[in-house]
Design a protein around this ligand. Structure first.
Ligand code: SAH
Length: 267
């Protein structure tokens, strides 16, 4: 079990790390890093430092994003951009991931009184759409327990390998349709969804604790997407509409089969 880090210590470490590349490398270098990847990650954190909370920036500093993206795209891994990960899916832009994680932290604090003074934050989180596993790693750095569901087997297997190599012990992964959630590990304090939905599946609401929080891209009836932050209060869902976003769509098992068949034909 990892120890807890107090927010004031975390802020101090981050502030120190951002003074120079040398200090950043001393603090955040992993066995997967090269001088280039450290330099690029350092620049990305500087680019995002006024947009995101110290907790999220700290997690971004620790996680080597380049090992989550396809080998030929690794030199782009620290650009603040989404990148293709195969099967018509993308790893989201770092800023977008950060905004969503910060909304989740804020929602848990506001609606459930879960404090974010000690990291990992004592919350049980469900992620739908593991994809590359990058956001999963960020969640594992920040929250006490994380479960993640992915519907495309090839993506899940690759993410599983990378996440295992980073050694997260607070994580459960599952292949399946995210609409069904992850019942055995419920109730969840928070659910974060990485693909756009028209409405929240009932089963996910059931697996959310009372006053729990969902952060998800939602598609309105005109096909426009916006970031939704949803608070569960008794039987009611209070939806707060944040800015416009652009996510891949939530897939049905049939659509997944089509994508996988197409992939085999191309290969
Ligand atoms: N957070 C991911 C983003 C991946 S993109 C990352 O950091 O890489 C969205 C992901 O949602 C894709 O991997 C896609 O396969 C997955 N997805 C789409 N529909 C799904 C469903 N019904 N159940 C579970 N996962 C789904």
């Amino acid at each position: 079990m990892r120890g807890k880090l107090h927010i004031s210590d975390l802020k101090e470490i981050l502030e120190r790390a951002l003074t120079s590349l040398e200090v950043f490398s001393e603090i955040f270098s992993t066995s997967y890093d090269t001088p280039e990847t450290l330099q690029e990650r350092y620049s990305l954190i500087h680019e995002l430092k006024y947009e995101l909370s110290p907790i999220t920036l700290y997690a971004f500093s620790k996680v080597p994003r380049h090992i989550f993206v396809p080998a030929d795209l690794q030199s782009f891994a620290y650009l603040n951009k989404p990148l293709p990960i195969g099967f018509k899916q993308t790893v989201s832009q770092p800023l977008m991931i950060g905004i969503m994680v910060d909304e989740l932290i804020k929602g848990l604090e506001e609606n459930l009184n879960i404090p974010s003074k000690l990291i990992p934050i004592p919350a049980n989180i469900l992620e739908i759409g593991t994809g590359s596993g990058y956001q999963t790693a960020i969640l594992c750095e920040i929250f006490e327990r994380v479960s993640s569901v992915e519907i495309i087997p090839e993506l899940l297997n690759r993410a599983k390998e990378v996440l295992r190599s980073l050694g997260y012990e607070n994580l459960s992964l599952r292949l399946g349709d995210g609409r069904k959630g992850f019942k055995e590990n419920s109730p969840f304090h928070g659910i974060i969804i990485s693909a756009a939905l028209k409405e929240i599946p009932e089963e996910l609401v059931k697996q959310l604790t009372n006053r729990g929080v969902i952060v998800t891209p939602l598609e309105d009836k005109f096909g426009w997407q916006y970031l939704g932050v949803i608070y569960k209060t008794g039987e009611r869902l209070e939806v707060m509409r944040k800015g416009g976003v652009s996510f891949v769509k939530f897939l049905s098992p049939e659509e997944v089969e089509k994508i996988r068949r197409g992939k085999r034909e191309v290969l």
